[in-house]
Ligand binder design. Structure first.
Ligand code: M6R
Length: 609
């Protein structure tokens, strides 16, 4: 989605804003722009394509202002053109705004502004109405004008605005789109996401829904929707400044794949007391609370949903509570059975996915207890949940999620073990066994990463395939969905995942000598059944890459290639099985020359429906 960065201080604002926008590139964009006061007027500069096109246009020292707001746009309303790029100005550019989100009533507002006030629109966007509304209400007080404009707007927005007559301030407002302020010494910044700020400050204020904030170079004042000043503590973000750099890797995705042993370890070990009991951060879920739950819903989108597929099976097994899993965009429009005996688990890396957030709000209104598993500290989903359990994955920049997924899985195990041991549905022997299995994971992931060259060779051999199928049973079917998503989203190869037992009910009709089948067979009790499924597709001429635990060599008879993962309990096999699939997808995309970190048509954080 779009990225917003604003800076106000004494330094060259354009450098900070461009640098911040570059750190938000992972959100996806097709054009960019910047507004700054130059010689008493607001100068708006825009460029289609990469940020360097914009940079070239503002290299002149005339653009050396100490305040600027910038934006990277991901086209929704109107094509990716310069006119549609942000910032947008009012008629005489005395006001400039950048916007992330969607103004739902923009058509109505456009007609009203055009008919009543003769306003001529320069772009096709929904966002431009915001600049004109603020311009209409502006009477020397930008804060007041923004507040009045917001009253007319419906939809989701994070907006940063500036006025030519008040070049010493930026005013920003948010509703259902993220906004964070970075507080510095002699400067302040505003952005849609923390990585944009990390190079300059780690002291942040998370802006809440319906709040407005006024930034000058020396102050940050936050107001609630009634105009009352809000006292908010600064939060120190622990992410390191270089956490959002590529280091020695060619792509963020590869770097993030290699970070998995470390982040799995951190997500796990930070939650274990010296006696190996689990502490779920600040979550106080008592035995009474857990006994009260008669159902659990896990709701998420994309990769987070795939982590939930594993979570469902694991938590159900450990707690003996029925667990339903659904994608948020479906769940929202279903007739569900939510009440005060429901535990609702939302999983989200960004914590800003609109569908997940909307489902959460609905469940909360209906009395469910909300536990979110989130990576981005202070994000909307985290703030609106009763309890938050953070995946300690650090910033995930590549659009294709990797380390967020494996740390989400760790959280699923910890939640299951915590609830099961508190409720008494698992015994000490099983608990100790599972903890040992979990603690062994970082070392085993390290071992898998040592075979990177092998997965690369497989990618070189199979990247010509136009159709790839991922099959598995039990927990492997959940991992199949994730392996398939990784491949399709970064290499654009058509791939399809299916529970292996379902093959013969239709999909097997597609199998022929041009099909590549990645067959996951890590589940001991389903191994033989899985081998039978592999035989079925082999008989239709498909090429097979089998994936099994070391020692399970039977699969070699029916596969063209076999990937082995270290021996482990079936429950934790998804954490290991997904790593070769991530690397395979990465190298296939590399072979095909794709834009790995920023695949076409995709954005990191999906803050629209
Ligand atoms: O930030 P979230 O975890 O809520 O995002 C959910 C999906 O949009 C996300 O996992 C998406 O599917 C990724 N591109 C997958 O790699």
């Amino acid at each position: 989605m779009c990225g917003i960065v604003g800076y106000i201080g004494s330094d060259y604002a354009k450098e900070k804003v461009i640098d911040g926008l570059r750190r938000l590139e992972y959100r996806g964009y097709d054009s960019a722009g910047i507004a700054m006061p130059v010689s008493g007027a607001i100068q708006i500069t825009k460029a289609v394509g990469e940020l360097k096109n914009l940079e070239a246009k503002i290299s002149d020292p005339a653009f050396d202002a100490p305040v600027a707001i910038g934006h990277t746009r991901w086209a929704t309303h109107g094509k990716p053109t310069e006119l549609n790029a942000h910032p947008h100005g009012n008629m005489d550019n005395s006001i400039a705004i950048v916007h992330n989100g969607i103004i739902e009533n923009y058509q109505e507002l456009r007609e009203w502004l055009a008919e009543e006030y003769g306003i001529k629109f320069k772009s096709e966007t929904d966002s431009e109405v915001i600049a004109h509304l603020i311009g209409l209400y502006y009477d020397g007080d930008l804060l007041d004008a923004v507040n009045k404009a917001v009253e007319e707007m419906r939809g989701a927005y994070a907006v940063a605005a500036m006025a030519a007559a008040e070049p010493d301030k930026i005013v920003a407002v948010r509703k259902d789109a993220p906004l964070v302020v970075g507080a510095g010494n002699g400067f302040n910044m505003i952005a849609s996401d923390v990585p944009a700020l990390l190079k300059y400050t780690r002291d942040v204020y998370f802006i809440e829904n319906n709040e407005t904030v006024v930034l000058t170079k020396d102050s940050v004042v936050i107001y609630d929707e009634n105009g009352n000043e809000v006292q908010r503590d600064i939060q120190a973000v622990e992410w390191k400044a270089d956490a959002a750099d590529k280091a020695e890797y060619d792509h963020f995705m590869l770097k993030e794949i290699h970070e998995q042993p470390k982040v799995i370890q951190e997500t796990l070990l930070n939650r274990l007391n010296p006696d190996d009991s689990i502490k779920l951060d600040d979550i106080s879920m008592t035995k009474e609370d857990i006994d009260n739950f008669n159902k659990i819903y896990i709701i998420a989108c994309g990769t987070a949903y795939h982590a939930g597929l594993v979570g469902k099976m694991v938590i159900e097994k450990m707690t003996k509570i029925p667990v339903e899993i659904d994608v948020a965009s479906e769940f929202r429009y279903r007739d569900t059975f939510i009440d005060d005996k429901t535990l609702f688990i939302a999983i989200s890396q960004s914590g800003e996915t609109l569908d997940t957030l909307a489902a959460l709000r609905d469940a909360k209104d209906r009395g469910a207890r909300i536990l979110s598993v989130v990576n981005a500290v202070g994000s909307s989903i985290a703030r609106e949940s009763h309890d938050v359990f953070y995946t300690l994955a650090g910033p995930e920049v590549a659009v294709a999620s990797t380390k967020a997924y494996t740390t989400q899985l760790i959280c699923m195990y910890l939640i299951g073990l915590y609830m099961g041991s508190t409720k008494g549905t698992i015994d000490k022997e099983y608990y100790d066994f599972m903890l040992k299995e979990l603690k062994d994971l970082p070392g085993k992931v390290d071992r898998i990463l040592l075979s990177e060259e092998k997965y690369k060779k497989l990618a070189e051999r199979y990247h010509f395939n136009d159709h790839v199928f991922f099959i598995g049973r039990g927990l492997d079917s959940g991992v199949s969905y994730e392996g398939s998503l990784k491949l399709k989203e970064i290499s654009y190869i058509h791939s399809f995942a299916i529970a292996a037992g379902e093959l013969k009910h239709g999909t097997i009709a597609l199998m022929d000598k041009d099909s590549l089948v990645v067959a996951l067979a890590t589940q001991d009790r389903l191994y033989e059944k899985m081998v039978s499924n592999i035989v079925e597709v082999q008989a239709r001429g498909a090429h097979i890459i089998g994936l099994a635990k070391e020692g399970k060599t039977e699969i070699e008879k029916t596969s063209d290639e076999v990937i082995y993962i270290p021996q482990c309990a079936d429950e934790v096999a998804p954490v290991l099985a997904v790593i070769p699939l991530q690397i395979f997808a990465y190298y296939v995309a590399l072979e095909k020359g794709c834009n790995i970190d920023k695949p076409k048509n995709l954005a990191k954080s999906v803050t629209v429906e």
